[in-house]
Design a protein around this ligand. Sequence first.
Ligand code: HAM
Length: 408
Amino acid sequence: MAKLVRGFKDIIGAQAEILTELESSARKIFKLYGARELRIPTVELKELFVKSTGDSTDIVQKEMYAFEDGGGRTLALRPEGTPGAVRAYIENNFTQAAPVQQFFYIGNMFRAERPQAGRYREFEQIGAELLGNAAPAADAAAILMLADIMKEFGVRNYGVKINSLGCNDCRPAYRRDLINYLSSGKETLCEKCKDRLERNPLRVLDCKIDGPRFAAAAPAQKLCPACAEHFEEVQKLLRGKIDFEIDNSLVRGLDYYTRTVFEFRVGDAAQNAIAGGGRYDGLVKSMGGPDIPAVGWAMGAERAAAARAAAEPKKDFIVYVASMDKTCNEIAFNIMQALRGAGIAAQGGLFDKNIKAQMKQADKCGAAYAVIIGGDEFANNPAALKNLQPGEQKRIMQAALVETLKKI
Ligand code: HAM
C-alpha cells in the first residue's frame, strides 16, 4: 500500500482551514505594518544555509535535506526563510535602491529532525524580515507585529521571552567567560554539549539537559554601553503593550543573531516555541551585501494553530439535517438548501440510511445541531431541533427553523 513518509503529514479539512485562517490573520496585520510579500524558492544552494544559518547549528549539521541536481550543484530544501529572503534582498538590488524594506513570507520549510509532537520534517513558517532599520523601534515593531497576529488569530496562552546577545564588541568576552565556566563541569555535560562547548557555548544554556543545571550560575552577559542602551530602549517601547520576561538563557539555535532575540512560547513542553526571531545585523554583509542591519522572526504555523485549538476547542457551527422517512426527504433536502442559502453551514442528505445511522454521521461531522424532519406530528409541519452537545431536543415549526438557527 502507498505510504506517507515518516515525519511528513497530510493536512485535511479543518486542519487545513485553521492554517488558512492563520495566514489571513497574518496578512491582515502585515498590511497594517506595511510589510510586503516575498515569495522565494523552496530550493537554494546548500552553501547559502551553511554560511548564514551557520555551520555550527543543528540545522546545518544534521537536519538539511541536501542533494545533488543533474548539473552537479549541491542544493538544499530550505530549513528556514531568512537566508533566502536576504539573498533575494541583495540579488534584487534593494540594498542600493531601497534598503529599508519590510518583507513577509508564508511557506513550507524542511528539517530532518526526529519527528515528534509539534516537530515535523515539513512545516509551515510565517515570517517577517525588517531590513535596513537599526533602531530599537524596528525590534519592538517586529515583536508587536507578531503579538498582533496572535491576537487577531486568537492565540492568547503564550509567554514572550526576550534577551540581548550583544554584538561583535561585547559577545566575544562573554563567550570566553562562558567557556571557562562550563569547562569546569565539562565531564558532566551531555555528548551534544561537550561538542558545542567550543563551537557555540551559548547553546549549552539552551540545552534541555544541561541548560537547567548550568544556566542559574552562568556568568551574566556583559553588554557594551551601546547594546545595553539598545536593549533598554526595546523594553521601553514594549512596556505596557505586551507582557514579556527577560530570560538570559534565551540564545536561539541559529548563528546569525546579534542583540535582541525573542521567543513566543506556550507551556513547558519541549516543542513549545510557537515563534522566534531576533536581530541579525551582520548577516547582509556576511552574505556579500553592504553593512545593513535587520531584524525578523518566523512562526511555526502548525504550532500556533495547535496552541489556539488547545486553548479553546472550537467546534464549527454545522447543522445536520436528517429525515425520518421517505416522504419527508424532499422537505428535509429543501431545508438543508435553505440553511445554506441563509449562510448557515449545513450537512446531511444521507436519506437512504435509517435515522440512527444519520445521527451517527451528525456526530462524526462534528455538527452542533441536528434538524430532524418527520415522525408522528409531521402533518403539522414541525421539525425536531436537537442541540447535539447537551442532547436537548425541542419541536419547532419548519418555517421558523432558519431564523432560529441564525439567532443561535
Ligand atoms: P526558528 O526558531 O528555527 O527560527 O524557527 C521558527 C519557528 O518555526 C519555531 O519557533 C517553531 O515554531 C517553528 N519550527 C521550527 N522547526 C519546526 C519543526 N521541525 N516543526 C514544526 N515547527 C517548527 C527561524 O527559522 C528563523 N529564520 C527566524 C527568524 C527570522 N529570525 C530572524 N528572522
